[in-house]
Structures are given as C-alpha cells and as structure tokens.
Design a protein around this ligand. Structure first.
Ligand code: NDP
Length: 462
C-alpha cells in the first residue's frame, strides 16, 4: 500500500515527527535534501521502519504517497520553505496538499496560500524534539476542509490532555502560525519571569543553584506547576563534572533566539495591543547578548545589595506575573482575530496549550475554563484569576520594590506590575499627552465633562 502522508526535512523536528506518525500506525514517505540523512534515518527507525518509505528523489516521494496527497515540510522557516515548495510543486497533482509545519512567519503563510493554487496548511508545532516524537501541541491554520483531510493523523500524533487531543484548527490562513508565534512570545516571557526570580534568589538571597532547584521542584507541586518550572528545576539541580559544582554556574549568560518572540512583539506593535511583559522578555534576551558591554559597565557601575524577601513571596510574585503575561497574550490574540478576520477561540487555544507544548501548565486548564465561561473577557477580569491577582499582586509589588532597591534587574516583573497598575487606573495620565499633542500639533482633544470632540487649548488661538 502507498504511504498515508509524506514528510520532507529529516532534521531534529522532522525525523521525530516521522517516527511519531509511523508509531501511530500510519505509513509515511520521507525525503531529505541530503540523501545520506534519509538512509541513516531509515536504518535507525528499528521496528518502525515497516511504516517508513525512504525516498531519494522528489519524484519517488510523490509516487510513494496515496492521492490526494498531503506532504509535511519540516525545514527552516523562510527561504528554504519557498525553495522546497518550488522544487516540489511541479511533481504534484492539483489536489495535493502542502503543509508547512515549521515556525513560519504567518505573513509568509498567508502569502504562500495566496500564491499557490493548491491546498495549503500552515501548522505550528510545539514541544521541541521530544514533543514532536511523543506528542506535540499542533496549532493549525487554513481551510477546514483541508484540515479535515489530515486531522486523523494530526490528532493521533498530538499530545493529549486527559484524553483531549492538543491538535486543533485555530483559524483561517496564517492563524496557526500566528498562534504558535504568540505561544513562543509567552514562552519567552514565562522563561524570563522564572530567570528573574532565579536572579533574586542567586544574587539577592545568596542561594546556591541546587537550593533554588529544590524550591522550583516544590513550586511544581502547586499553582505554578508547569513544564517550564520543571525544566528550570532540572537545570538548576544539574551537576557539572568538570567543576564539581552546579552546571548552571558555568553556562554563559547570553540567551539565543530564533525570532518568534521578536515577531510577536513586532506584530503586537502593528496591532496596537499591549504585551509589555513579552516585549520586556525579548529586550532582556537582547541585553543578555551584550556581554562585553555589560562586563565594562559592571566595572563602572557594578554593585548589587542583598535583599530581604521570602521565597514564598517570590512564588506568589511569579504566579501574579505569569497571569498578567498570559492575559496580555490572549488579549493580543483577540485583537489579531479582529484585524485578520480569524475565528480564533481563546478557550480552544488555551485547551490546545494544556499538553505537548513548552508552555503547558496546570494553569492553562483553568484559563480554558475561564474562557469557556466568558470568551470575551480578559483573564484579569475572569473571577478565578481576578481572585488570584488580588491575592498575589502585593507579592509582585514587594518583589519589584525589593529588587529595585537592591539594584537587581527585573524587567519582565516590572512590566507586569506597571501593566496592572496602568490597567486598573480609571483616570490615567494621557490627558497630558493629548494636551501636549494639541499644543504642538493641534491634534485636538475630547472633554471629559461634555464629551465634545476636537477641542483645542487656548494656544490654538496664537
Ligand atoms: P534542523 O536544522 O534540525 O533540520 C533542518 C532540515 O531542513 C534538515 O532536514 C535540512 O536538510 C533541511 N533543509 C535545510 N535547508 C533546506 C533547504 N533550503 N531546502 C530543503 N531542505 C532544507 O531544523 P529543525 O528540525 O530544528 O527545525 C525545522 C523547523 O521546525 C523550523 O522551522 C524550526 O523553527 C521549527 N521548530 C523547531 C523546534 C525545535 O525545537 N528544534 C521546535 C518547533 C519548531 P539537510 O539534512 O540536507 O541539511
């Protein structure tokens, strides 16, 4: 029998996905630009080799798949995707479908859907190599009829949360890749918030890495229970043979990034939707990369004080910051749904993120429940989360104050607190901005008393 699906790109993610597909009982035909990799992959597939058809040419790949075909691309985002589509397209029938499963920019996905006169899906896949191999979260974008053609396979390979598969069509055209980008933006912020709490424990409370790791392990039993806290605990507890000390202490403090967090920040600016915690996290990675400059400035301005704060307060502060960050992410998704005319459903997105992906956490199940009850509200106003915010905002405030007092940077937590304080202020300070704009640009303002529009100050008469 012919293969149920095809897959191009046997790198980290593609080979793991192909094995996952084969394991779930589907026959998958694979092709890779470098043929040696294809052979090596087939050799190492073990018992799963029975469900794998290794091919050396694109003609052979296409011929090996049952029509109408579906072929997954798992190659680096950007030009490689366009090159691969161009190479593949002449071999395909009109009904054959291409699925880009890499981290494409959603604008590229929309462009490809428009340019290509064939079914096309853009799906975001999260969970790293392990997720791809044993159950990723899959965020689909495109036509429901096209999604339906591959849904059984995608559901079979996806992560399950209490039996419910984390593979859903998020919305039309680029929606899947957009949701994946926002997922990654939230991931950046989640990681940064944890890193800031780690910094306070390390530099403000003089705690050793394994001790910090133990705290994270305790937190993983509570409201913060999540894959990223689990990951952070494992990283903090790891031992380095060479120095006979914590591995974390010998890891260079410059964060890498592939761009999805940056895309999220850029798109938020286009949409005019506030995501300051995610933006702070992207900026923090950029600052982390400036190591030589930081070393110079440390000599000139360095010196950090210890501070006095309980680890329990830090746990509550992290909980608070996390809720504020997710509130921003979901509000951004809602703004995007309006701007791009996508039928995004926050409850479906929250449910889809409960397992398989990097930001999976216990809290996402509560978020899904909150959005099921009220899809249009911000998380900050959802009763369950409003109560937690009320309970923990004092801890976030105390943590930011203590860190600022000691000279320790907490950009994401500070951004979360400033967001909260701005959004709970009925009378803000933008009346001054409007006055300034009218003064130098005659942009006009609205009066609070009469509601009269297009008003000008006395300076307009000059
Ligand atoms: P790898 O670098 O491990 O693999 C890249 C694959 O793409 C290789 O098979 C390579 O073939 C092929 N390739 C590279 N350039 C071209 C090209 N111009 N034409 C055709 N094939 C090409 O990447 P990953 O598996 O890590 O990533 C793949 C996609 O998945 C990316 O979009 C990435 O952002 C996304 N992703 C990655 C995650 C991860 O944790 N790594 C998580 C989620 C998404 P060859 O063997 O010939 O070099």
């Amino acid at each position: 029998a012919k293969a149920d699906i095809g897959l191009i790109g046997l790198g980290t993610m593609g080979s793991a996905l192909a094995l996952n597909i084969a394991e779930k009982g589907f026959k998958v035909a694979v092709w890779n630009r470098t043929t040696a990799t294809t052979h090596e992959f087939a050799r190492e597939a073990g018992a799963l080799a029975a469900n794998i058809v290794a091919t050396e040419t694109l003609e052979d790949l296409v011929a090996a798949i049952d029509g109408p075909r579906a072929i997954i691309l798992m190659v680096p985002a950007g030009a490689p995707v366009d090159q691969q589509i161009a190479a593949l397209d002449p071999h395909l029938d009109p009904d054959d479908m291409v699925i880009d499963a890499g981290n494409a920019n959603f604008r590229d996905t929309i462009r490809r859907m428009t340019e290509l006169s064939r079914p096309f899906l853009g799906i975001g896949v999260s969970g790293g190599e392990d997720g791809a191999r044993h159950g990723p979260a899959i965020m689909g974008g495109g036509d429901p009829a096209h999604w339906a053609r591959v849904e059984p396979i995608l559901i079979a390979i996806a992560a399950k949360f209490e039996g419910s598969p984390c593979a859903n069509l998020m919305g039309e055209n680029g929606a899947g890749h957009f949701v994946k980008a926002v997922h990654n933006g939230i991931e950046y912020a989640d990681m940064q918030l944890i890193a800031e709490v780690y910094g306070i424990m390390r530099d403000g409370l003089s705690m050793a890495a394994p001790e910090i790791g133990k705290r994270f392990l305790q937190w993983d039993e509570g409201r913060l229970s999540s894959y990223l806290i689990e990951t952070s605990a494992a990283v903090a507890c790891a031992h380095d043979e060479a120095t006979d000390g914590p591995l974390l202490d010998v890891i260079v403090d410059a964060a890498g990034q592939k761009g999805t967090g940056r895309w999220t920040a850029i798109e938020a600016q286009h949409l005019g939707t506030p995501i300051p915690v995610i933006e702070a996290a992207v900026a923090a990675r950029n600052m982390s990369a400036q190591r030589p400059l930081r070393a110079d400035l440390a000599e000139r301005f360095g010196g950090v004080d210890t501070l006095d704060i309980s680890v329990e307060t830090l746990e509550a502060a992290l909980t608070c910051g996390k809720i504020l960050c997710y509130a921003q992410g979901f509000d951004m998704l809602r703004a995007a749904a309006v701007a791009f005319e996508w039928s995004l459903k926050p409850e479906v997105i929250a449910r889809n993120w409960r397992a398989g992906c990097i930001i999976r956490s216990a809290m996402l199940d509560d978020m899904a429940a909150a959005f099921e009850a009220a899809p249009e509200t911000t998380l900050m106003a959802a009763p369950y989360f409003a109560d937690i915010l009320t309970e923990t905002i004092g801890a976030l405030r105390a943590t930011v104050i203590a860190a600022n007092g000691a000279g320790l940077p907490v950009p994401a937590m500070s951004a979360a607190l400033a967001y909260f304080d701005t959004m709970r202020q009925a009378r803000g300070t933008a009346n001054m901005i409007q006055g300034q704009r009218d003064y130098f640009g005659l942009h006009g303002f609205v009066r609070v008393d009469s509601g009269a529009m297009d008003q000008h100050g006395p300076w307009a008469d000059d």
